[in-house]
Design a protein around this ligand. Structure first.
Ligand code: CU
Length: 68
């Protein structure tokens, strides 16, 4: 059964930012879908198991952005 979690990412300004965040979060183990909305920085992540904030934060930081 998949889990959905919502996060807010700050610092994204264009489609390139969205692509970077999507790519990094997609690389987290168990993540099956990532939907990023540039306006507002809303990120909805679908994963096979619950995600730790720390793992999402690490991916977002790796992409060059910050988790609110
Ligand atoms: Cu950008």
């Amino acid at each position: 059964m998949s889990q959905t979690s919502e996060w807010t990412v700050t610092g994204m300004t264009c489609a390139h930012c969205v692509a970077s965040v999507t790519e990094e979060i997609s690389g987290i183990d168990s993540v099956t879908d990532v939907a990023v909305t540039l306006d507002g920085g809303r990120v909805v992540v679908t994963s096979a198991t619950p995600l730790d904030r720390a793992r999402v934060e690490a991916a977002v930081t790796e992409a060059g952005y910050a988790l609110a």
